[in-house]
Design a binder for this molecule. Structure first.
Ligand code: UD1
Ligand code: CA
Length: 452
């Protein structure tokens, strides 16, 4: 059976108080709309129509990677009008209507809704103690759904009804096509209401089934930043729970944020206030200290990341120790057993096995061999103000503290660089190179004394 999904995403979202269209706001690092598209894909939808409007091309141009058909609704004349815009692209089969600002609806709930639409119209509805703001489900004495009344159009007694319309529904394409074609906007808001198709289904004798969501959060919409934050917490809590059940130790699941995908080995331990973004892989027995931010990184077995580190687009192999207070920037590869200590920045560099950069250094555009010791305060001067240049350091090199390596420059294997040197030409292998002004002692010098 062909399944088409129509996602309504044309609204501005005034209450977000933002220039960004609502569906582009991020939940766990991903635009709201993308969450809904992902769910539609999990359902096996053959086509996904996204109705966009507010902000013109902003939404499609920010999300070019989504495999959807973009349908423009230049004027937002109502949910029924939005669906009508998409119908020319919808093939025969079942249609599921979703909302770009209701990001947490689960595939399991939608499967039940789709099953209930066979052969019928099925609505996702729920009971709410406070139904304010929602369309109300009207039923007859036999409990059959008759119609949906929008809050603004409802009489005082209709407003007492606590069964509400979540907006999500499933129905076959041919019925939907004829019903949305027949919608009128003679209501208080002057809009074409999708909800008016329910009365048309009743008129045509199409049975109407209702299904309720697995949990209330699934149908919560995002209308303002407070609701966005609420859904973010729900989402984070659920992710943390899942990770803990897979064996990841989270010292405090309330202080853990995953904005992307984490693949974690066994006995991973994560301290508080850790933020993981993009694609992160943690090997077995990885330990992450407090206040660490990691984005797109592959971290091998037995790596320890101490407090307050920032790691981005990096590959870190087995047994490395990073931090505290280290910054590993993009295109860095640390081979096994590397130690990167406090206030060390490494960018676009490879560091060979068991090499150590323990204190206060900048290493950029550099290739470092095995068993190298980089002394405190070493700086690779990779930038001449116009171009970047590389530094190459062989195996078993010892760089004394407070050294500047002015790139392009090469330090041969086994070389030693004396502390405080400014190295501007290549240093040969296995030799001591240093640039250093001779120390002198001034015998007749006297320390100044305070005048009266
Ligand atoms: C709608 C339902 C209401 C339900 C509620 C659940 C209708 C008429 N009412 O009301 O029964 O209880 O959702 O939240 O359907 N949109 C477009 N184009 C438009 C209008 C809306 O794409 O022309 C999109 C919006 O961006 C939004 C969604 O459709 O994502 C819902 O629109 P909204 O105006 O918020 O509908 P409600 O009044 O909340
Ligand atoms: Ca709404």
């Amino acid at each position: 059976m062909n399944l088409s999904v129509i996602i309504l995403a044309a609204g501005q979202g005034k209450r977000m108080c933002s220039s960004l269209p609502k569906v582009l706001h991020l939940l766990a690092g991903k635009p709201l709309l993308e969450h809904v598209v992902t769910t539609a894909q999990h359902l096996g939808a053959q086509q996904i129509q996204v109705v966009y409007g507010y902000g013109g091309d902003t939404v499609p141009s920010r999300l070019p990677h989504l495999k959807v058909n973009w349908v423009e609704q230049a004027e937002q004349l109502g949910t029924g009008h939005a669906v009508a815009k998409a119908m020319p692209f919808v093939k025969e089969g079942k249609v599921l209507v979703l909302y770009g600002d209701v990001p947490l609806v689960s595939a399991a709930t939608l499967h039940r809704l789709l099953d209930a639409a066979d052969p019928a119209l099925s609505l996702l509805t729920m009971q709410r103690n406070d139904p304010t703001g929602y369309g109300r489900i009207m039923r007859d004495e036999q409990n059959r759904v008759l119609r949906i009344v929008e809050e603004k159009d409802a009489s005082p007694s209709e407003r007492q009804v606590t069964e509400i319309n979540t907006g999500i529904l499933a129905v076959d394409a041919e019925h939907l096509r004829s019903w949305v074609g027949a919608l009128k906007n003679n209501n208080l808001q002057g809009e074409f209401y999708l909800t008016d198709i329910i009365a048309l289904a009743v008129r045509d004798g199409v049975p109407i089934n209702t299904v309720s969501p697995g949990s209330d959060v699934e149908v919560l919409g995002v209308n303002n930043k407070a609701q966005l934050a609420e859904l973010e917490r729900h989402y984070q809590r659920a992710q943390a729970q899942q990770l803990m059940l897979q064996g990841v130790t989270l010292y405090d699941p309330e202080r853990f944020d995953l904005r992307g995908e984490l693949s974690a080995g066994s006995d991973v331990v994560i301290d508080v206030n850790v933020i993981l973004e993009g694609k992160v892989t943690l090997g077995d027995r990885v330990r992450i200290g407090p206040n660490v931010w990691i984005r797109n990184a592959k971290i091998g077995n037995d790596v320890e990341v101490l407090a307050n580190c920032v790691i981005e687009d990096a590959a870190i192999e087995t047994g490395c120790r990073i931090g505290p207070f280290a910054r590993i920037r993009p295109e860095t590869r640390l081979a096994q057993g590397v130690h990167i200590g406090n206030f060390v920045e490494v960018k676009k560099s490879t560091v060979g096995a068991n090499s150590k950069i323990n204190h206060l250094s900048y290493v950029g555009d550099t290739s470092i061999g095995k068993n190298v010791n980089i002394g405190a305060g070493t700086i690779t001067c990779n930038y001449d103000g116009v171009n970047k240049h590389r530094t190459i350091i062989g195996d078993d090199v010892f760089i004394g503290s407070d050294t500047q390596l002015v790139a392009p420059v090469e330090i041969g294997s086994g070389a030693t660089i004396g502390a405080g040197s400014t190295i501007t030409s290549n240093a040969p292998a296995d030799k001591l190179s240093l640039t250093r002004v001779k120390q002198q002692t001034v015998d007749d010098w006297q320390r100044p004394k305070k005048k009266n």
